[in-house]
Design a protein around this ligand. Sequence first.
Ligand code: HEC
Length: 422
Amino acid sequence: MVLALLLTSASAGAVAGHGGPIKAIAVSPDSKLALTGSFDYTVILWDLSTVTPLGRMVGHDAAVDAVAFLPGHRAISGSDDDSLILWNLTDGKPLARWKAHTAKVAAVAVAPGGRLVASGGWDHKVILWTVATGTPRLLAGHEANVNAVAFSADGSLLASGDYDGRIMLWHVPDGTPAGTLRGNGFPVNALDFAPDGRLVAALGDDTVRVFDLAAKREALRYIGHTEPVVSLALSPDGTLAASGSSRGTVEVWRLATGETLRNIYATLGVVWAVAFPGDDARVVSAGNDGALREWSVATGAEIVGGRPAIAPPPEPTDRGAALFRKCQACHDFDPNDRSKAGPTFWHLIDRPAGSVAGYPYSPALKASGLVWNEATINRLFADGPQAVAPGSKMPLQKMPSARDRADLIQYLKLHAYGGRVE
Ligand code: HEC
């Protein structure tokens, strides 16, 4: 029996938990075991009654993004190494490695009965695998990274969601298209079907949407989160939903009404995965701190482990940091980050205006002849960008208080050189 064997091997020495953030959680049908997949390349099997690791499964060559249980003491996992591994849970060894994706496998789901597995990849592919033979069937149609896959409770439909917000529906087992939900352009990060057939989608626009597929409409929108929603689980009877955000929170809410029951601060950073271990009373979560944590829905308290509670990140007491929040949407101090709307502030002090290589400056700023230092940054916010560099793309803003400007400039000086004042 699976549990006994792995317990025997574990009793020789306690199995350590993950050595990196956890990306995925699955709970066994009898709710006794959990599987987690991690950035540390491994899959761990857990005893859920004590939340202790039983065995570590090594086989992937990169982060593990998705895990699921299969009947017959088996499991499936998907990884950044572009492959899926079919595992034997009795000895923790791979039974087969499935290769048909050409990019990260971000999501897996097991059809009711366990004869089919669906996977979604960053190669824009959805693949339906026959478990017995490992034969792939490609379901083409997505034009963006596929982040999520889910089977309906009766196994007749598969849903897949992508980074552009599109959700595609497929007939199972033949894989023919069954419809598309266009979405709103924000990423679909997780999908699940309620027992009654409604489809639930966690989105990058901070919402969770519940779709009534029969009536072809959005039935409910959950708006409790203030950050992108990255993980989602429904309780076995479909009464409750748990959703995890990129701000470390797990919200537990009623699927029928959208009423929030619990708001749990679960980890520093991202809650990559949530699950209901068996009933409506408990929820498990995992994320950036690499720990599997179990919470009481009734109280919001952590149930086992006696680990210290996690405090939400404090509001900055430093006035400069608080003022920098006005800039944060468009600027950071990362020398390599090209994702912000404005240029990086790395080495900002004594830097000529318009000089970050590769950044698409306005001709006006490039030609301004300014050099950024205490005096010029002070002037930028005392008089406003339009006065200092007319024609710049910099949004119109002023900071009337001289003290605010001084505090902000101190903060910029400190962080522009990684914390050392030059
Ligand atoms: C909504 C986006 C946005 C916000 C908010 C914003 N900026 Fe900018 N910032 C820009 C853009 C865009 C540019 C490039 C302007 C150009 O090319 O004309 C820029 C340029 C700059 C530059 C010149 C950098 C260089 O390399 O020449 C400085 C200095 C600057 N911003 C300071 C700030 C500070 C300080 C704050 C916060 C108080 C702030 N900005 C808030 C978008 C923003």
